[in-house]
Write a protein that binds this ligand. Structure first.
Ligand code: HEM
Length: 336
């Protein structure tokens, strides 16, 4: 019952459970197993400072490795996670991120330029198209419209079969023939992989590789501390990870921003005014407040490798702990 309710209305369930049981409570869900939510910011800080060798982050994401691959930063833990993380990080720091602004602006202007007064459409679909295009250009470095479209068709078809991964392993093995969902999944995976490997190969032979600023080009030039470059398999997995982690999250957040702005005309009017005067501070505040009220991901996730005391409770090894992002965001003591 709890699994069905949580799948249908996750935020309402979390709020109700917190009201009934307080800031720390155990939830038993089908597929995801038993987990402990922690909604106290001080306890979360204590958990994430100091030694974290008993907390696994990648392990909880293991089912995703069927799409993202075994080398994905999202499914790895320990030294291998650190290696991938160090290779990825430089492109997402400081001045590098500013370089993405021009790409994002161009894609957003082209998208909104196609809208007409009076048109009606589900905003989330348009935001998915927009954030896919941004990732294609900024991360994959692919700009030719035809290639973008090929990638869009193949990669989104694969991502849209993602919920299949929640089906328990035993059921997945039931043979359903070439028309079954698993055969379809494998065909889509093979088609998406072929395109990604083609882009990696093409980029490697590009004469301006040294000057390019997209993430793939940076990763092709990167070496770890031992001087080892990334393998094609690692490159494929990280490209897919950034698409998987960055495309629907941002699309959903943007769609919620529109929803909240359209329901708050005063905020919308002020946002227009502030942007008109060239100041981005209010825009940043609107972004932060949107993510506070409508967090795209309700909780982080860690698996304990050893028993550990969290928020005063002795929790056994193997249990999942969920620092409750959505619940922390709604605390009146932090956000009056
Ligand atoms: C509104 C947008 C986004 C939200 C709400 C969001 C949220 C999150 C959260 C909650 C985590 C887990 C952190 C943890 O457990 O420690 C995460 C991890 C990650 N995200 Fe995002 N994210 C967003 C956008 C993006 C974008 C645009 C990218 C890349 C282009 C991205 C790439 C990643 C990666 C690679 C990880 C794994 C990091 C690691 O394991 O070291 N995310 N994100």
């Amino acid at each position: 019952m709890n699994t069905v309710r949580f799948a249908r209305r996750p935020l309402d369930c979390l709020i109700e459970w917190q009201r009934r049981y307080g800031d720390v409570f155990t939830v038993k869900l089908l597929v995801f197993g038993t987990g402990v939510y922690v909604a106290d910011p001080d306890e979360i800080r204590a958990m994430f400072t100091g030694d974290q060798s008993d907390l696994l982050a990648g392990e909880a994401n293991a089912p995703l490795s069927m799409i993202l691959g075994e080398s994905s930063v999202l499914v790895l833990d320990g030294p291998e996670h650190l290696r991938q993380r160090k290779l990825l990080l430089p492109r997402f720091q400081g001045s590098h991120v500013k370089e993405f602004r021009d790409v994002i602006r161009a894609v957003a202007e082209a998208e909104v330029g196609g809208w007409r007064d009076g048109d009606e459409f589900p905003i989330r679909e348009r935001m998915r198209a927009l954030t896919f295009e941004v990732i294609c250009r900024a991360v994959f470095g692919v700009t030719e419209p035809q290639r973008v479209e090929r990638l869009r068709a193949a990669l989104l078809a694969l991502i849209d079969t993602g919920p299949l991964l929640l089906i328990p392993e035993a059921l997945r093995r039931i043979p359903l023939g070439p028309l079954g969902p698993w055969a379809r999944f494998r065909r889509r995976l093979a088609a998406a992989d072929a395109l990604l490997y083609e882009e990696i190969e093409r980029r490697r032979s590009e004469s301006d590789l040294e000057r390019r600023t997209d993430v793939l080009s940076l990763l092709l030039r990167a070496h770890d501390e031992g001087g080892r470059p990334m393998s094609d398999l690692e490159l494929r997995d990280e490209l897919f990870t950034m698409l998987g982690a960055g495309h629907e999250t941002t699309a959903t957040a943007l769609a919620f921003a529109f929803d909240l702005l359209l329901h708050n005309p005063e905020t919308m009017a002020r946002l227009r005014d502030e942007l008109g005067s060239g100041d981005d501070a209010y825009l940043d505040a609107v972004g932060a407040e949107t993510l506070r009220l409508r967090p795209v991901i309700d909780a982080a996730e860690r698996t304990l490798t050893r028993p550990r005391v969290i928020a005063g409770y002795e929790l056994p090894a193997g249990i999942r702990v969920y620092p409750g992002i959505a619940l922390v965001h709604r605390r009146a003591d932090r956000y009056p």
